[in-house]
Design a protein. Sequence first.
Length: 337
Amino acid sequence: MRPGVFFALLHGGAGVTLLQEARQHRTVEKRERDDSLPPFEIVGPESAPVVAVLGGISATRHVASSDADPSPGWWEGIVGPGRAIDTNAFRILGIDFVDGGRRDDGEPLRTVTTADQADALVRVLDAIEVERLHAFVGASYGGMVALAFAERYPKRLERVVAISAPHEPHPMTTALRGLQRRIVRLGLDTGAERDALAIARGLAITTYRSTAEFGERFTAAPIHVTENDARFPVETYLHHHGERFANHWTPSRFLALSLSGDLHRVNPRAIRTPAVIVAAEGDAIVPREQLQYLVAHLSGPAQLVDLPSTRGHDAFLTEPRALGRILDNALSIPTLS
């Protein structure tokens, strides 16, 4: 296959407290898990080393544009010909995250974990006959999946790059995500699920970005005042992102993947794969202290690299130059040490 040729396969279909959610998770292992092949996309020279690339929960298998699909991918600034993750040098594999299906009431049919996502990726690797990844580059939720993959399948991975991804969620992060799920469940109970999704996403955006960025981007003065209300610039921004999200997501998928992040656990000492862990400056979801702990307790060679930014957790999307240099180094050196 010549460089740049695209190959893809699509297969398969498309009020609870945190304590109750945890109880559901403990019992789900007794139920049958999803063993279908998730939709995936792979781009690059057929003989090139394969790099798996996964992002946050809203990321898809379409990581970057290609001749077969020229529409922009979710990581266009990082992945592509001549970019940090070079599609002339590597085959780039992306998948759609599996979710928990849907019950009649709109709730997920079952829980999913980052380990389930790692298992789904292995099924794809088996289907395309790839025995070992050159690297797994994961950001946010995708970085948690990368750590789970490294723990479960060390022989199928040469190196891992995890960006803004901890070994377990911070309690404050779980608190914020738990409130988002309560909003969505309230929407399901009241027939306002779309509005609830939009509000929950708006709340999530406030955790993905930083106070420094909001202070730079938005004025404090209202843009519209009525007799009994006012609207502010930052509200318009959050409303836009919430509505855009609600146009493409279902409550069941959101609930499953949000909870999946809070159920995430890996044992750092069980991970021996060489690792680069990237800490985004000002990340409110994954504090740097968590990543310091992770790197200190990994059993294999590990580096903690800081990503300067005023954008917080979403720096992996907004800082292509700085992150590109980190990734170029992580993927090009013969071995990590």
